[in-house]
Write a protein that binds this ligand. Sequence first.
Ligand code: NAI
Length: 509
Amino acid sequence: MLDVNGAGLILGVVGTGVMGRGIAQLAAQAGITVWLLDSRPRAAAEARAAVGATLDALASKGRMSAEDARSAMARLEVVVDEASLAGCQVVVEAIVEDLRVKRELFTRLEGIVGPECLLATNTSSLSVTAIAASCERPGRVGGFHFFNPVPLMKVVEVIEGARTEPWVGEALVSLAKRLGHRPVRAADTPGFIVNHAGRGFGTEALRILQEGVASFDEIDRILRDAAGFRMGPFELLDLTGLDVSHPVMESVYEQFYQEPRFRPSYVLRQRLAAGLLGRKSGRGFYAHEGGRQQPVPARALPTGERRPVWVAADEPAWRDALLSLVRAAGWFPDDGERPAPESLCLIAPLGRDATTAALALEVDPARTVAVDLLFGPERRRTAMSTPVTRPAFLDSAVALLSADGTAVSRIHDSTGFVAQRVLATVVNVACDIAQQRIASPEDIDAAVTLGLGYPRGPLAWGDALGPRRLLKALEAIHAASGDPRYRASPWLSRRARLGVSLLTPESCP
Ligand code: NAI
């Protein structure tokens, strides 16, 4: 049995580019001897030097002692050919993302390393099962998927292919811990956990943009300021580069046999064709100068007239929140059963558009403005008009909503505003990862917070927002759009109806 915690562990790293050198650095810092190999002459030596420079920088900033940096460096050795890897107990490959090349490497390595040696692949988009398939002993092959930059992204996906033997997953989990990373275990499925869970955010934001609901910068503001994402989806697309993001969206969509939840958008294809790649090309959704994203000025808010406000909401707590806003601003609530002729109708629907909600309430759509209260009334507020809302009434609603200095975003009619749609989609995708038994609920949340930097794991986030609410929102959006993209995962719908946490695993194993 392989002991990855032993003092004499030797790890081979094949492919010493961005990822290989990050893995090598972690391992050397963890006291592991690392043998570096690259097919390009001098590449492994350059990688060793680059890791040395990083270790020196860490030492000079006081993040590690100079002695530790020196001994970590001493554990990094450059080897010149594959035959020199014979003594490794584990080999991690981080070579070019090409199935044929990876298979050939593993087949050759099998003839070199000992029978106990574990072969791991850092592939991000290929099937571990397919890479292992050409090996004589596919059971010794596992996925060990790190994120860039490796030392800072403290999570690694441990993937078992269809024929991976149980000891491989166990050994990779132990090795991940020794490297100081959080291991998360994933079944060998497209995108594993992180690249699968990340599909909801960008694709839904693109649909919202495509529907003309709001501009890209307004969508970013809402998702950053109201929902709490560190970056808006369009900022993220610009940072990653459309040449990377769009092919990944297409690939995951195709690998899941055109699953509507992952449907890419023509918006990205067009912009990619135009060379609007993002930061790297100087222009994407945003303009970038000297590598810095240039701000898009927010729309000036109108100063609307005061008027009586009649309120209604899909959730009782939301009605109270609307009334508090009206009173706090010193405006007068219209307490009538029906709105008075000149009253603003301020409504807080869940999963419905303003038009549908106004018609169901039998109030005048021309005087109706909807407010998104999924994230509460404290943060940036979203005001949504119907196609016939009179500008003076929208202006009044915006004046009311911004009376206490809170930022307001104005959007056109949308089933589920912006934040409800995106959050319901993100949580639903995560629920379906759990439903498909790709990973445990805890590992899904850990992978997403550490790998995608979301403020919370999607399942815990769903619990905080209310599974019943999210289910109701999805069902309403699904019914209105007829798009199977919005069908609720059974994981979500069962737990919401049972009133239990989305982190609840099956009680019967
Ligand atoms: P890279 O292009 O920076 O480095 C690849 C290195 O492998 C190069 O130095 C190249 O000379 C070497 N190489 C290519 N074929 C080889 C072979 N047959 N034998 C030995 N060396 C060989 O690539 P990067 O970004 O480090 O990616 C490596 C792997 O990690 C790919 O499978 C990629 O999908 C995966 N990955 C990349 C991430 C990223 O953000 N860059 C994130 C997670 C995984």
